[in-house]
Design a protein around this ligand. Sequence first.
Ligand code: FAD
Length: 542
Amino acid sequence: MPTINPGLQPFDLTGYRGASGKNFFTETRVLAEAFRLNSTNQTPDYLDAVNSHLSGLGTLLGGRINELTIACHKEGKWGELVQYDNTGNRIDEIRYAPEQTELRKIFYDYGVVNLDCHASWRHEFSLQHRMALAILTNMNGEGGVACPLAMTEGLIHALRAIGTEEQKEKFLPLLTSPDSPSHFMAGQYVTERVGGSNVAANRTVATPQSDGSWRLNGEKWFCSNPGDVWVTTAKVANTNTIGLFLVSRLRQDGSLNGCRLLRKKDIIGSKGKVTVESLYEDCEATQLGRTAHGLANLIRYILRTSRLHVICGGLGHISRAIIEAESYIAQREAYGKKLAAFPSVQQTIAELKMLQASLMLISFRAFALSDAEHPLALMLVPLLKVVTTQYSAVVAKEAMILHGGNGILGDFSVLPRILNDAIINETWEGTHALLAEHAIAAARRPKVAAAWSEYLKAETASMPAETKTLVFELHEEATRLMADDFERDANRMYLCELMWRIFALCETQRALQHAPEAAAYAPLLQSFVEQGARLPFRARAA
Ligand SMILES: Cc1cc2nc3c(=O)[nH]c(=O)nc-3n(C[C@H](O)[C@H](O)[C@H](O)COP(=O)(O)OP(=O)(O)OC[C@H]3O[C@@H](n4cnc5c(N)ncnc54)[C@H](O)[C@@H]3O)c2cc1C
């Protein structure tokens, strides 16, 4: 009989596959709770339909989607830029591995961007529903899908709102039709070598043509998901006006348009889709909306949508990190007991879940307010872009650390990939400094400040006195800092933290009656805020 090496005997992690096989939606109960809490005007019929739609995606995420994503995030499977065909003609196209193509098709066919075009869906396709789908999509990491989904949804909104009949006829079927061969192949190209934060500094020039079209000349430094059609910004020739333009890969006459894809970016994460540098050389374009309103339309339709999606990115990454950490600590043993039995591990998980619960609650409130065009959304959306993305990287890292060395291994855990995607989300669609400035500027606008005061009055009306005092102390400090030019600028990130704490206390209290899973973290949140704690450092456990 051969001797069995004792070090190779089965052990606690034999056959371990992380959270795969689970339903990512039902595993994330705070998502359903936050959704319901902010959908009180909806019928039970609608809520049930959405619930089963989300649950169906949750099953796919833990199954085929997870497998395909892992398969296409490996050497030899990355999307490639192909500039020339075999006879030396420029083709400037991206080729993806079959696993990435199938992944996109699954999400597209499931209706994450176009459920309202599915004959079988008999309800409205609400913003909250779209956002819940985006959160679930991001539980898979960026995956090559989440960023294209955000950009495709933004372009659909813009086309429906400000597109000409011709633009709508030509592009909406491509972007939304259930039988379209194009799955999320849209983009939004704004950033140039000279910078992304200040769009007014764009150097690309748009020149009007006698037939009403435009020609673009310039470059774009970050172009994610180059595909069939995209929006782009350019300065109208001989003016300082930034216009918004629609560009398609092929010209009207079917020939390749004047957009050269120069180089694939070497990026630390978000590797499922390709990002390139582009050069516009007499690139044919049409204006999208009035050119004089270019910047306003960019913000209103494109950036507004993608910033909401980036918030969902943060929530999705946090949620995946938590279910991975919970799976691991339930199975891994140390010193003869499960990791989940150690009080310090329990405290870490509780703090991560407290963050998740509060951010999920505030975000769904923000989605509802944004949908209603409520002034408070002007402050909440940029604030949440900062806070959810910043905390998502912290939570992903904490979840990795709970895995010990295995958490660092890309072939053991999805967490290294999720962490890198989370870091990119912190910058994409506007850096923290910029978005914090937007949140603070919004908070100082009279109509937003008034809406915030009203919100605080309503939400604190039946709050325990201790929590109410805390909320008003934080609000007073924020108001004082915002009133001073230097304090407001230098303390942007601190102000975001104060604002998050105020909303977190209010929304968690609001959840007490109807969202038991999320409300369970209210006491921990209170002591976290009282102690001025900040992850990754801990509040003192009670
Ligand atoms: C993976 C990836 C994909 C991307 N895809 C796209 C895409 O498809 N389309 C697109 O248009 N862009 C894309 N981007 C670009 C992204 O949106 C920009 O990187 C981002 O907007 C920041 O612009 P920037 O890199 O030029 O930084 P800069 O604007 O140069 O900023 C540099 C630093 O200065 C700080 N800063 C700037 N202004 C201020 C200020 N007023 N006050 C204080 N601090 C300030 C910033 O916070 C930052 O820390 C992508 C980026 C990444 C990483």
